[in-house]
Write a protein that binds this ligand. Structure first.
Ligand code: HEC
Length: 103
């Protein structure tokens, strides 16, 4: 957070000097977790934690996790590209799986 507030101060100075008002701070995009947002919008209707924390959950590697995410994107007709699939895979891994290795 220290870095962000420093950025905000710098930004304040820049805005003050230039008088540019319509400016969106870079911090906003850094704090937005696209994988989380996609998951919450499109996947939570069916499951939340239970699918990823249940006994005998199926996913045991990053590639399996990515395949599942890609599969659910197809199943739900979301037509996600690589970036969306990567972001959601990354989010689920950070939050539930803590797997290492390449997706
Ligand atoms: C129609 C309901 C439904 C939707 C929508 C859905 N899921 Fe699932 N998902 C399930 C069910 C039921 C299971 C558990 C059975 C299984 O493993 O197939 C599951 C299992 C999973 C697993 C495997 C968990 C594990 O470790 O065993 C992953 C990963 C997953 N879903 C990701 C997603 C993602 C990402 C989305 C959104 C794109 C999504 N799901 C949308 C119903 C759904």
């Amino acid at each position: 957070m220290a870095v962000v507030s420093q950025q905000m101060k710098n930004l304040g100075r820049v805005v003050g000097v230039c008088g540019v008002l319509a400016f969106s701070p870079p911090a906003a995009s850094a704090e937005f977790d696209r994988g989380q947002a996609l998951y919450e919008n499109h996947c939570k209707s069916c499951h939340e934690d239970w699918a990823h924390t249940r006994e005998g959950r199926r996913v045991v590697s990053m590639s399996a996790l990515r395949q599942r995410v890609a599969g659910w994107s197809l199943h739900s007709r979301l037509d996600w590209g690589d970036e969306e699939i990567d972001d959601v895979t990354d989010y689920l891994n950070r939050r539930f799986y803590q797997l290492t290795g390449q997706p």
